[in-house]
Write a protein that binds this ligand. Structure first.
Ligand SMILES: [Zn+2]
Length: 466
């Protein structure tokens, strides 16, 4: 199992927090550990302005990812995406985050390895936008599929899970608390290993919290407030002795994890390279099996690493187009397909169209994907709007008939699941619970658009595998 050690380098309030990142980076480099330093764009610019070449050099020995451009300064990620639809949200995410990508690339002389969510501030457009900015993955995503520790969502390689020392950074500051907590973390990691995970993030620390007892943003950016730099409030500090205890226990934890049997400590860039690409050609037998699974199930699953539900609909539509005029294709290439951009209609009763009209609908699905990269929100079967759920079942059924050598007279679209079954739970957890739970967020943060677009992009969700 691959372990990657995550550090969220984010404190833009306390100037001497720069030294904490330096101390951790130097210490881990000395024992041969390459950590993943997720640095806020504004933090890196502050290092540059303060002439902290020493910090940049120390941190630059490790993997460097972007921990948002400005973290808790409002508007945060969820705040700037809250009233956006899909496309304008992607454009806004690029406008807000690209300065951070450019800053890290300039300051560290290489491109960031990932985009790491700040606290609980996330939106479904972030994976798509980060991929468009050339970042190969997204860490601390709010959605998940499968058990590998990575999934594909909106075309981006996404890592949802991290394990951390029970008690967080405070546990490092006290030896007896740390001694009691470490075995629990080691057991959690070994359990993940027994469960067959491919990778697991280990949350090392927010460096600032090894020195400061309270988060910099809780004091200055809580519940929507923006404190200007000349009015910053500073947090209570740990003593020098406590700080040294924190550094020592953090290093002990990382070495204990690194030395577990069957574990390999790697950088985020190395984890990114472990996973195969999102798309590969799909063999006819697998297409046939995919269609059979869809027809046999009452729900739409996101657990098949071969294809997301959106990719399945696109793939099966193209397979029907081929079968309707000749033999089954031996292989068809998979494409990146995002979910619909708007809420699909609910189909009230079954609608059937002539076979040729059904084939034409398959052509319309494939063409919409080719032109937009998204599933259509709905297509007209006769004069009835039909969403991707009924289209998926109807097209899978037609494909199975053609595969048996039968040309059906009609293609039927039946009511049933309109979205992947996982969507409701993921939105409940990843949006309605996690976003208001992050203290910098304004209490009146709007959640309905973020929830809608997360649900719709669950069409693009599937486990990532090696
Ligand atoms: Zn953070």
């Amino acid at each position: 199992m691959y372990l990657y050690f995550c550090f969220d380098v984010e404190d833009i309030v306390h100037p001497d927090s720069d030294d904490i990142a330096l101390d951790i980076a130097a210490r881990l480099a000395d024992v041969g550990v390459v950590a993943s330093m997720y640095v806020v764009g504004e933090k890196a610019r502050l290092w540059e302005r303060r002439g902290r070449g020493d910090v940049i050099a120390a941190v630059g020995q490790h993997d460097v990812g972007l921990h948002t451009d400005h973290h808790s300064i409002h508007p945060t990620v969820s705040e700037y995406l809250a009233d956006k639809e899909w496309q304008d949200g992607v454009v806004e995410a690029i406008r807000q985050e690209e300065p951070g990508v450019r800053a890290l690339a300039r300051i560290f002389g290489r491109y960031p390895s990932t985009w790491a969510t700040s606290g609980g501030s996330w939106g479904p457009q972030i994976p798509a936008a980060s991929r468009l900015m050339g970042l190969p993955s997204q860490v601390y995503t709010h959605v998940r599929a499968g058990e590998s520790g990575a999934c594909w969502f909106a075309g981006q390689l996404s890592y949802p899970d991290v394990a951390a020392i029970p008690g967080g950074e405070d546990a490092y500051s006290d030896d007896s608390t740390f001694e009691a907590a470490l075995p629990k973390l080691l057991e959690q990691v070994q359990q993940a290993q027994r469960d067959g995970r491919t990778c697991l993030g280990i949350f090392g620390a927010h460096p600032t919290r090894l020195r400061y007892k309270v988060f910099w943003d809780t004091l200055n950016f809580n519940r929507g407030q923006n404190t200007p730099p000349d009015k910053y409030k500073f947090a209570p500090r740990r003593t020098d002795a406590e700080y040294q205890t924190c550094l020592r226990n953090l290093e002990r934890m990382i070495l204990a994890l690194r030395d577990l049997p069957g574990v390999e400590a790697v950088s985020t860039s190395q984890v990114n390279r472990q996973f195969a690409g999102e798309n590969s050609p799909v063999a006819w037998d697998d297409m046939h099996q995919l269609a059979q699974t869809i027809v046999d199930s009452d729900s739409i699953g996101v657990e098949n690493p071969l294809a997301s539900p959106a990719q399945s609909l696109d793939l099966l539509a193209r397979a029907v187009l081929r079968l309707a005029v000749g033999a089954a294709p031996a292989y068809l290439p998979l494409r990146t397909v995002l979910g619909p951009e708007e809420e699909p209609p609910m189909l009230e009763r079954a609608v059937a169209v002539e076979f040729e009209a059904g084939v034409a609908l398959c052509g319309a699905v494939a063409q919409h994907v080719a032109q937009t990269g998204h599933l259509p929100t709905c297509l007209l079967a006769g004069d009835v709007p039909v969403g991707p759920g009924p289209l998926l079942r109807g097209i899978a059924t037609a494909l199975l008939a053609l595969a048996r050598g039968e040309k059906p007279n009609r293609v039927t679209f039946a009511p049933g699941a309109e979205e992947p079954a996982a969507a409701a739970h993921l939105v409940e957890e990843g949006i309605y619970r996690m976003l208001p739970g992050w203290s910098p967020h304004s209490p009146d943060l709007r959640l309905d658009r973020l929830a809608l677009h997360t649900r719709l992009q669950c069409w693009s969700l599937k486990p990532a595998i090696k």
